[in-house]
Design a protein around this ligand. Structure first.
Ligand code: HEM
Length: 267
């Protein structure tokens, strides 16, 4: 049985189609104008920026046969990064990077701020998710041979991205400034100090001097929320540019079609 439908609301007067005045050209009908408003806004921007060509180049690409779920791991890593950036901005609104107030401000976020525990939890678990996803994505590109010519540069950018992701984990771990994060980061700075040649300089740089203290925390905070995320965002841009330019690699179990006639001629 068909349910009775409600009558449509009347079209407001100023949107109703009016016949053209005698001697005047027909104007575009108001309803059509409303319908095309989005298109004309996009056109307006495009006329001034020519962005649509680049966007089309980026979005409409041929993908090889056999593309499968493993190819989503790169985008999943990117999603994890974006989620970290968004939750990080909200945490930064309440966090104080000072040796005397950091712990209390983190406690305040968890216990008092509306949805604070949820956002802090998302940021904390999201960091682990990003590390797992980046490894899986790296494994996919390795086992599919995507690091070979002509994609070596994209692999190298990826290696820098993975190092920067670890740097995010290291610098972020100190920020709650509780007993665990304090001592764990002292251990990490000392381990860095044991590296050959650059080791002692590296641990001095991380600590912000010979001692571990207030300067270390400000330094870690600046690296964690400005330097490294900026670098990661720029490198993701370069990484995606190369993916769009070079296309993705077909799965290794697919062989290129060989023309049997040509093969016979070659033998
Ligand atoms: C923040 C980290 C990263 C993001 C957001 C990211 C994103 C992406 C995306 C979206 C793609 C295209 C789709 C896909 O194959 O999944 C891709 C491809 C690729 N990525 Fe990454 N990636 C990251 C880290 C890495 C790392 C750590 C490596 C290796 C060391 C790497 C190496 C590659 C290579 C070689 C390709 C080309 C794949 C192909 O031709 O099939 N990426 N990446």
């Amino acid at each position: 049985m068909r349910l009775p439908t409600l009558p449509k609301p009347p079209v407001p007067k100023r949107f109703q189609d009016k016949p053209a005045r005698p001697g005047h050209a027909e104007k575009p009908k108001p309803l059509e104008q409303v319908r095309e408003a989005g298109i004309s806004a996009a056109d307006w921007i495009d006329e001034r920026t020519s962005l649509s060509g680049g966007l089309r180049w980026m979005m409409f690409r041929k993908v090889p046969k056999g593309t499968n779920w493993f190819y989503t791991l790169g985008s999943a890593t990117m999603f994890a990064f974006v989620s970290q950036a968004i939750t990080g901005v909200f945490l930064a609104m309440y966090y104080t990077p000072s040796a005397t107030e950091a712990y209390e401000s983190a406690r305040h976020i968890t216990n008092d701020v509306f949805l604070g525990e949820f956002v802090r939890g998302m940021h904390k678990w999201g960091s682990t998710v990003m590390v797992i996803l980046i490894f899986l994505h790296m494994g996919r590109t390795f086992f599919f041979g995507a690091y070979k010519y002509p994609r070596e540069l994209n692999w190298i950018i990826g290696v820098v991205l993975v190092i920067l992701t670890f740097l995010m984990s290291l610098t972020g771990y100190l920020l709650p400034f509780d007993q665990r994060s304090y001592w764990a980061t002292i251990v990490a700075a000392n381990i860095n100090g044991t590296g050959p040649l650059v080791g002692p300089y590296l641990s001095d740089f991380l600590r912000g001097g010979a001692d571990f203290g207030a300067t270390t925390l400000s330094r870690f905070y600046a690296i964690h929320m400005m330097l490294v995320p900026g670098l990661i965002a720029a490198l993701i841009g370069a990484h995606l540019y190369l993916v769009a330019k070079l296309g993705t690699t077909a799965p290794p179990w697919l062989r290129a079609d060989v023309d049997e006639k040509l093969r016979e001629e070659q033998v």
